[in-house]
Design a protein around this ligand. Sequence first.
Ligand SMILES: NC(=O)c1ccc[n+]([C@@H]2O[C@H](COP(=O)([O-])OP(=O)(O)OC[C@H]3O[C@@H](n4cnc5c(N)ncnc54)[C@H](OP(=O)(O)O)[C@@H]3O)[C@@H](O)[C@H]2O)c1
Length: 344
Amino acid sequence: MDLQGLNLAIVGATGAVGQETLRLIEARCPGHTNLKLLASKRSAGRTLDVNGKTFTVAETTDDSFDDVDIVFISARTEDSRRFGPAAAAAGAMVIDDSSAFRMAPSVPLVVPEVNGADLDWHDGIVSIPNCSTTPLVMAAHPLRQASPIRRIVADTYQSVSGAGGAAMNELRDQTRTIMHGGPAEPEAQPQQIAFNVIPQIDSFNESGYTREEQKMIEESRKILHEPGLAVSATCVRVPVFVSHCVAAHLEFDAPVSAGEARELLSQMPGLVVHDDPTASAYPMPVDAAGRDAVFVGRIRKDASHPNGLAMWIVTDNLVKGAALNALQIADAAVARGAVHGKQS
Ligand SMILES: NC(=O)c1ccc[n+]([C@@H]2O[C@H](COP(=O)([O-])OP(=O)(O)OC[C@H]3O[C@@H](n4cnc5c(N)ncnc54)[C@H](OP(=O)(O)O)[C@@H]3O)[C@@H](O)[C@H]2O)c1
């Protein structure tokens, strides 16, 4: 990864995605220590070690971004809204993990393997998609070589780390409490998550979909450059710590065989086909956790439609679903000469 020599800032360095970002910087940019670690006032003064150097976390302010080339923001949406424009105006390229800017027409929403060329028109801020949208578009994109996609139905099984560090702690503590006969007392999740599944991620809108589902619908269309694509989603939280799964049903203009799909998917950079029903081989969260790839298995003709395919997609939501995608955007921007802040 070619980020050497660039000054990087991470807003939300103490959070679930921020911590994964630091781990990936150590793995992919050994020796890189031009880092500014930022979080809220609560974490100011805390120390974190990266690439053999000890950094003191500072409180994020509008003035945090002088002399910074790229700012990764992995904090709350309202923090992105405040600090994103401030960082871009200070001359930094902002790569934002939140939903704050994803659907803004002036902000590219990027998965480099799918629409890296969209980086050429950013004006200081680039967004990464929701952590379930990324694996879905990674699997859908190569299949368009076989036939245009007419419709996608995607049902997710999303881990608690998708809701941040507090939700991970809640699953751990709640499991222990319930095992000892205690009450669930949900705080970070809307319902009990231990020994349960919750068909609600984020709040409901008037259509009956949740905001998480609406994000998958709108973001997939934007990344695939298919504004009219029919998409439906049901997003479900499951008691798994890391990795999101998607059961996806895709309908094409013309029939696409499972063999053809397997072939196209196996040529897609960043995607691994793991699909051998005879050996009960398919992707699972425990295997995907900590790994870079999007894994696809259970590829088969959809029995309910002659032009349909069904498949099962799994990825680590903190890695390709967040931190890795953001670092890959930075890397691609360097390669394209597209690292800059707000130009107008
Ligand atoms: N988790 C995922 O799988 C995933 C995937 C894709 C996108 N995202 C997005 O990434 C962002 C971070 O998610 P997360 O899961 O890492 O959440 P998290 O574990 O709750 O971490 C939140 C981070 O934001 C920081 N923060 C809170 N208030 C702040 C403020 N006023 N100024 C600066 N920093 C502040 C926190 O710092 P303190 O420690 O000081 O409180 C912490 O470092 C969210 O926008 C989320 O939607 C997450």
